[in-house]
Design a protein around this ligand. Sequence first.
Ligand code: PMP
Length: 393
Amino acid sequence: MKFSIRMDRIKASGIRAVQKRIAGNDNIISFAAGLPDLALYPLEDLKAATDEMIEMEGIRAFSYGLTKGNGELLEFIVDRMNKKENVKCTKDNICVLSGSQQGIGLAGLMFIDEGDVVITENPSYLGAINAFRPYGAEFAGVDTDDDGIVIEHLEEVLNNTPEAKLMYVIPNFQNPTGKAWTLERRQKFMEVVSKHDVVVIEDNPYGEIRFRNEQLPDLKSLDKKGQVVYLGSFSKILSPGMRVAWMCAEPKVASMAEELKETNDLQSPEITQMIVAYYMKMFDLEEHIREIQETYKHRADLMIKMIERYFPKEIKYTKPDGGMFLWLELPEGLDSDKILDDAVNAGVAYIPGESFFAHEGVKNTVRMNFTMVNDDQIREGIKILGEVFKKYI
Ligand code: PMP
């Protein structure tokens, strides 16, 4: 069998490797997950929405629909973008996606030619880096600090790669670091990129899981030239298994996405789009989101408290205001992948941070998930991890 060159570029996921290592071991306390808490899916309400939807829509729910998306759902999305995200848009700007992951892939198809440089934050979402690789992308990373993307470095990277067409960023509670950009960084970022002919993918699956401080404007709402392609998703606020998400972009880009999507999966399942639309009609999504925020806030705060108590002082950590992750920086010279063996033997797992960098090398970082663990697991797991780290410091 002769596979395409693209297959050589696919890189094994570091996350899957860890999950394989701990599979079947129920006693491990895992901070390695990347999922919303199952217990927070509004099962009863989703059941009621599904029943009502099938009652009303009948066999239409099981049929093909339009590639662009279900009409009623599109209206909800437009309304949400206008009111909640302060982005002026109509249905012409929207294309429903089978998960924002599909939007990342479609952006790759649309904007990456062989050898093109894609600019990302350093580190960034592994699923995006790996989605861009098969198209022949090279990567240039921009550093982040506690306030978000570092503007001076962004300018340097943009000036050094004038041919770059695509940039991918996660300004809210990034996967993997949990960092969010300040208002000033968002404004400066838009000022800088507007001087370049570069498309910005703003991936925002965690924006609504803010559990502290005020919502800050999306890049899309500050976008005067139409260069931002916004990706939103119901995965973290309702259910990831329904695979319902959306792109909000210039009409030309949204309709190109629709054309590409047609060749990709024809459409997102009508049935799950309708469930989301009926759920939004019948129930208060905002109230549900508040419940998610409260639960995750509690877990994030507890994890930080335990880190303060049990981790050696040399370890730095982020204090996220939202999302699902926090990020550790161990003293330089330590290799979190090697330490993982000891951690797993002691009963705890995490994701070594190296896989989130497009280029290899940063070995002393760790991604910690706080959404899939209960209070006891957080207390116990962080204490154990503190002991493991102490042996190395
Ligand atoms: N972007 C980021 C930053 C993510 O963390 C994830 C999921 N882990 C996705 C996109 C994919 O989400 P979806 O379920 O909407 O495809």
